[in-house]
Design a protein around this ligand. Sequence first.
Ligand code: SF4
Length: 674
Amino acid sequence: MALGSFQTVPWSSLGHSKGTPLCPVGFLGRADRAPFTRNFASEAVCSSSSVLGAGLLAISSLLATRATVRRSSGTLRRCKPGSRNSQSATAIPEIQESGPVVQQQPVRPSSDPYNPNFRSAAQFAEAYPSSEKMYHEVSYEPTGEVLQVPFRRVHLTDKTPGFEHLDLYDTSGPLGCDPRHGIPKLRAQWVAARSDQLEEGSGAAVTQMHYAKRGLITQEMAFVAAREGMEPEFVRSEVARGRAVMPLNRNHPEAEPMIIGRKFKVKINANIGNSAVASNIEEEVEKLQWSCLWGADNIMDLSTGRHIHETREWIIRNSPIPVGTVPIYQAFEKVGGDIAKLTWEVFRETLIEQAEQGVDYWTIHAGLLFRFVPLTAKRLTGIVSRGGSIHAKLCMISGEENFAYQHWDDILEICSKYDITLSIGDGLRPGCIRDANDEAQFNELKVQGHLTRRAWEKDVQVMNEGPGHVPLHKIPQNMRNQLEWCSEAPFYTLGPLTTDIAPGYDHITSAIGAANIGAMGTAMLCYVTPKEHLGLPNREDVKAGIIAYSIAAHAADLAKEHPGAQTRDDMLSKARFEFRWNDQFNLSLDPVTARKMHDETLPTDSSKDSKFCSMCGPKFCSMKITEDVRAYAKANGYEEETESMEETKEFVNVTSGAFADVGDTVFLPIPEDV
Ligand code: SF4
């Protein structure tokens, strides 16, 4: 399908002025649809760390703490602007030490989950100086509709034609919205129009895979194609064969369509969510905004603490990126942490509740079978997946097979009705280097493959989750097995962490593994923050994790020679070599931090034109010396490349002579203003 006209417009021309909440629909309509009949929240359930200790004893100890159950009532409601919790949309954000962006107002979290005290949202302009939020206007021919596809334009000082700016993939979402109102519902009409075409009670799937298999290029696919720089037909074919997924619940119309597949840009996921001992709704929405700003493609709300349902509602209504969950967490909360009461019926009810809210993808540990549990007994760290450990204990207590496996067809039916992507969990992933690639892990992966093909028969989109903790030399086996056993469904890995010795720095130990497995074909990388194994991440940890994983994902794109991936590197390197310091900052992943580091030693404006930095100083700046060498060669007619040895020798002789003339020194004259 041809895309037709293609134009570029700035954010402001769309009428989305900063500071003016424009989101037309609040929470009331959606909340009214949600089944709130069992809307429990507990004070405490399980530890935020998922490491449980060795073998089966550890599984038993996990659930020793019983939760205190507290019922919350009612539905979320629209909060009127200007109410006592109104935020100042025009407040000027202050620059924080590690970056700009969120104003630290002295606002206490509200105890009312329906009326949070949101702080000022993350600020695009502060995070990305010299960048502009813009939209490509893409014509969707079947309806004549114009799609607004976001991107970020980095304005540069380079006067070379074609180098005046660079357009980048952008996940920041609509700007200037008041979190109390949520963000605009981009897909609402697309979803509604397709629903109108369905025959009442037909039971037909409404998934992107369903449409793709029937040859239909949806608005979402055209949107993704423009975002990725691919043909819409290619997007459709990859979704149809299951090699890519587009997690887009029909009840999350705020989501901007994106795709996860190894033929596309490697994506990253950020985990947020409260625990029983830390965080609140305000902080979690702030983490969401922070994640989108810094480049997360997806988030997972892994809340296990208070107000799980309400926290998720605020997150979804404010999220321009797909939202995933692990539903067994909330089901576990609903039964107050009493695992004997955790039945399929409770789990199913939780699935429906989350489906109605708009969760885009679910981690469900259906591949963890009863007979695999004893295989973990000899492990050093046993079962480290929270969801996996709950299912394992359920199997042992009930003496029955994992109910998620037994009810797989029922789960598929729900997913096909809402278009929820399944991310089949790796409940037996290794939790330490010693346990990597063992029998338990790979047995579960084989079952994931079986479940994947069953899902495809029902047109349900699927990803497979992978490890975990794996040393570098054992990573390739994971990728090979997943491709073969799971029929090339997108692989979604947590890191993997490549060593266990660096608590406090596990965003680095894992980004190394993530870059490796991404280069081999993993489609999405779940970030790890510096707080991993130590505590619940705050927004600074979230940022550190996202930056680390943006590096890993981009390194993987480069290694795969993904079309256009290298352009940003080349433009940044050109800016660096030409001493356009501001352009170098602005092209980086974190411009403010790059500038701050430079300015620690050379803070003046004039230093932004200097042909050196404090790393080597003016005498030893190799790039300046190279610039001089090139200038000399050009002045003496040696600027053309030659393969002639004679000419090369002559060039060397001449340059050596020139070098001798200046006293065999590489020192350059010190600029007067230093
Ligand atoms: S001084 Fe060294 S680090 Fe700085 S720009 Fe020159 S070569 Fe690069």
